[in-house]
Ligand binder design. Structure first.
Ligand SMILES: [Zn+2]
Length: 218
């Protein structure tokens, strides 16, 4: 792949994930690096190939690198990701501060967003796409909350929520994972794709449960 158009054609043909508006504003090398990791996730979770409707870019202020919505859009921020070097440098700083999983790097950014799309796929499947109930469950992290709780119980049969153990296990994944269960799930995916067997116990359990729920067939 030599340019954004070729990469977009490939992603659409291979994974049913088209490149939409604004992708030409993104740096090709940065996007290419992220797609190499994203491909592994799309391969392992084929249900995502129906859930994810496309990649786009839009300005979203200084804060966020990217975002994911319930309707299958993944949006990247060209100001936060001006090129590959800046992405790798800024993300490495986040890792150094414990904000993202140790061992992960800027190329794992879309693994995080695809983690959100795993939750979105489960929400849409249960409540129906575009319904009030789906939007509510998405906002309230209903499904990710269930998955994290199930993972905690698998790791400790006597687990009770709101205990010290919960914060401890989530903090092992990353600082950002503490924000809410959706971010926990997304950061667990980054941990697993970055660290494999050396990922934290919580991340491995969340990965397995999410995979069981989403299934192997499209
Ligand atoms: Zn997130």
């Amino acid at each position: 792949m030599r340019n954004m158009r070729e990469l977009g054609n490939y992603m659409e043909r291979r994974y049913n994930v088209p490149f939409a508006e604004g992708m030409e504003k993104m740096d090709f090398e940065a996007v290419m690096g992220m797609m190499v990791q994203a491909e592994k996730v799309l391969h392992d979770f084929p249900a995502l190939q129906d859930q994810v409707k496309g990649m786009s870019s839009a300005r979203m202020g200084e804060g966020a690198y990217a975002s994911a919505d319930l309707n299958g859009r993944i949006c990247m921020n060209p100001e936060r990701i001006p090129d590959r070097a800046a992405l790798m440098r800024d993300y490495a700083r986040d890792v150094a501060h414990g904000y993202h999983p140790r061992g992960s790097d800027g190329s794992h950014l879309l693994v995080h967003e695809l983690g959100h799309q795993m939750e979105a796929a489960l929400v849409n499947r249960r409540y129906g796409s575009g319904t009030y109930a789906a939007n509510r469950a998405w906002r309230k992290c209903t499904v990710s909350g269930e998955i994290v709780a199930e993972a905690m119980t698998r790791l400790d049969a006597n687990w009770r929520s709101h205990g010290k153990e919960t914060v401890g296990r989530i903090s092992q994944v990353s600082g950002y994972a503490r924000r809410n269960p959706s971010e926990t799930l997304a950061e667990c995916m980054v941990d697993v794709y970055a660290n494999g067997r050396r990922a934290s116990p919580l991340s491995k359990a969340v990965f397995s449960i999410t995979k069981e729920r989403l299934g192997g067939i499209r």
